[in-house]
Design a protein around this ligand. Structure first.
Ligand SMILES: [Fe+2]
Length: 255
């Protein structure tokens, strides 16, 4: 089974890049299941029901998210009804939506778990301990499990990857929008990358118009951030998983 995971899709420019490049990538790598982090796919902040529908229509089977998933209020009702949109599983009990499910497509089944880190981020439940219980639950249904670990600190993300090595098929980092070059297969057959990167404008500061980001740092005053256009960049990884749930290959994509 071959999975394509697309790095955080940033606003309309990101969605346009996905629309133009995804068909070619799906056939080039013979992809069976396509996932993406979509937490900033609507105007660079949050995601809406219409944007979810657009991304599903492009061939994305399931969307993960992170801290920005709540930026558009209408998503709270939608995420209760739409199983193809996950939010981090380590939010407190009672928060709308779910953070883990088994995706079935053709003869394939893939457990997908979305978690948020806590270092330099909101103080959610411990992602390591939540992973223990959620992975055990998913493994009862399928040996193939992919985790989107949405985190800021490279140290927390690498520690998390080693913590799950040999217990899941892949740990894919998201949130920083900067792709790391440390993709590897950890012992026990776990594909790992600290951050898969983003899909949006390469001429930007993590997807935002660069002059606005510079002004924020120069003045320390709030800015009205807009999504950057131009210099399209597609970031992702392809992970190959054997029938036993072990990853044999991770290919980093930066185009
Ligand atoms: Fe994020």
């Amino acid at each position: 089974m071959r999975i394509l995971f697309i790095g955080d899709i940033i606003g309309h420019p990101g969605r346009t890049i996905v629309a133009s490049m995804l068909p070619g990538l799906l056939s080039e790598f013979a992809i069976d299941i396509c996932l993406a982090n979509g937490e900033n796919a609507a105007g660079g902040f949050g995601i809406t029901p219409a944007v979810c529908a657009e991304l599903f229509s492009l061939g994305i089977d399931l969307l993960t998210s992170g801290n920005h998933v709540w930026d558009k209020r209408e998503i709270e009702a939608y995420i209760q009804e739409e199983p193809r949109l996950l939010r981090p599983a380590n939010y407190p009990p009672g928060v709308p939506g779910t953070g883990a499910r088994v995706l079935r497509k053709n003869e394939h089944s893939l457990g997908v778990l979305n978690l948020s880190g806590r270092t330099f981020m909101a103080d959610l439940d411990c992602p390591f301990r939540v992973a223990d219980s959620e992975v055990a639950r998913l493994r009862r249904e399928t040996p193939a499990i992919l985790v989107d670990f949405h985190g800021e600190a490279t140290s927390e993300k690498r520690a998390f990857g080693w913590y799950l090595a040999g217990r899941v098929s892949a740990v894919i980092g998201t949130h920083t929008h900067v792709q790391t070059a440390d993709e590897q297969i950890l012992p026990g057959g776990t594909a790992y990358i600290t951050d898969v990167g983003m899909t949006g404008s390469g001429e930007s500061v993590i997807g935002i118009v660069k002059d606005e980001a510079i002004a924020r740092f120069l003045t320390q005053m709030p800015q009205r951030f807009k999504v950057a256009k131009g210099s399209p960049m597609f970031n992702g990884v392809v992970v190959e998983i054997d029938p036993g749930g072990h990853a044999s290959q991770i290919i980093r994509i930066n185009r």
